[in-house]
Design a protein. Structure first.
Ligand SMILES: NC(=O)C1=CN([C@@H]2O[C@H](COP(=O)(O)OP(=O)(O)OC[C@H]3O[C@@H](n4cnc5c(N)ncnc54)[C@H](O)[C@@H]3O)[C@@H](O)[C@H]2O)C=CC1
Ligand SMILES: O=C(CO)COP(=O)(O)O
Length: 318
């Protein structure tokens, strides 16, 4: 494959892992950090791809800075951030696309705990864009014998899968911290997926995408791994640590904490039923203890698992 020059913005855990993957495939990689010595303009000179692995809180600011740098009209943007903007509820893709309306934007998301990828353990991910050729180009750049990259035609679903599961990973950490057992965890993750589909559909994502790598796949990874920072937040709260203390000592970003607030705001405004998210929110706000959050979930009114849309014909048959 032809050498591509890639600027990776954000030299944290994920930006560095992605930089190593692209470099191992023979591409020229320029890693930018706000703490580094190189200017953004210098890093962006002559690049074909701009990949952002910035924490959600910095995305809009960095996108604005990139706007003032000269770029080729062919430049493809890739976003690997898993979060929602508090003020606007926008996804990172929506922010990048609004800043660069004439450029393709590709979302990259999947069950990708960076510490495992740094060790070259096998993993798979998804790249998705409204511009299929752009997603295919990014697929080629990152595909490797130990990193399998799939394309998907639902960028919003892929992005929301990775974003929404962070809230469920906090809940799963609580579940393990309270030692609630395997049945409880299975119920939590399964009902968590139902909740992700409900809000995801409302926002315009396709149901099927949530059953793929970026939804179910990432739920399985982060809800079962102590490597997940979001899981760690929940686990440590369940064993009695304060949120302030946990966040002060956490290695890197736990996006689920802010995502949960944005989701609750949205759920209240739009009247969307999100019981697990609500309990995670109340726990993070200090309104309930982990045990009370569990009781609130278990003691709700009993109800059907699904509301199937049954079609009844004129003669009354289903
Ligand atoms: N670490 C992981 O396993 C994975 C992380 N992600 C996502 O990637 C994103 C980054 O995660 P990590 O690299 O783990 O976090 P990190 O905390 O290690 O790194 C975050 C990076 O964002 C930069 N940053 C933060 N605020 C900024 C601002 N205002 N302006 C400029 N730069 C700013 C930091 O300097 C740092 O380089 C998150 O949204 C996370 O959910 C996605 C997949 C895997
Ligand atoms: O998104 C991730 C794995 O896919 C990383 O999870 P954490 O941000 O919880 O560490």
């Amino acid at each position: 494959m032809q050498e591509t020059t890639i600027a990776i913005l954000g030299a944290g855990a994920w930006g560095t892992a992605l930089a190593n993957l692209a470099a191992a495939n023979g591409h020229k990689v320029k890693l930018w950090s706000r703490h580094g010595t190189e200017t953004l303009e210098a890093v962006l000179q002559d690049v074909h791809i701009v990949l952002s692995a910035i924490s959600m809180k910095g995305v809009r600011d960095v996108a604005l800075q990139v706007q003032s740098c000269p770029l080729s009209p062919e430049t493809i943007f890739v976003t690997a951030t898993k979060g929602l903007e508090p003020q606007t509820t926008a996804t990172p893709t929506q922010i990048w696309q609004a800043a660069f309306p004439n450029h393709p934007v590709v979302v990259l998301s999947g069950p990708n705990l960076s510490a495992e990828i740094q060790k070259s353990l096998p993993a798979a991910t998804v790249v998705a864009s409204n511009i299929t050729t752009a997603a295919e180009k990014v697929q080629l750049i990152f595909s490797a014998p130990r990193f399998r990259v799939y394309t998907n035609p639902d960028p919003l679903g892929v992005e929301l899968g990775g974003t929404l599961k962070n809230v469920m990973a906090i809940a799963a950490g609580v579940c393990d911290g309270l030692q609630l057992g395997t049945n409880a965890k299975a119920a939590l993750v399964t009902r968590g997926l139902t909740e992700m589909v409900r809000i995801g559909n409302f926002l315009g994502a396709k149901t099927e995408t949530f059953y793929g790598l970026s939804g179910l796949g990432d739920l399985l990874a982060t809800c079962n791994s102590p490597l997940s920072r979001n899981y760690q937040v929940g686990y440590q709260m369940a064993i009695g640590q304060t949120l302030t203390n946990i966040l002060a000592n956490l290695p890197g970003t736990a996006e689920g904490v802010n995502t949960c607030q944005v989701l609750m705001q949205l759920a209240k405004q739009q009247n969307i039923y999100m019981p697990i998210t609500e309990q995670v929110y109340r726990l993070l706000q200090g309104e309930v203890t982990p045990q009370q959050a569990l009781d609130e979930l278990m003691l709700r009114d009993i109800k059907p698992e699904f509301h199937f849309n049954l079609k009844i014909s004129d003669d009354g048959n289903i």
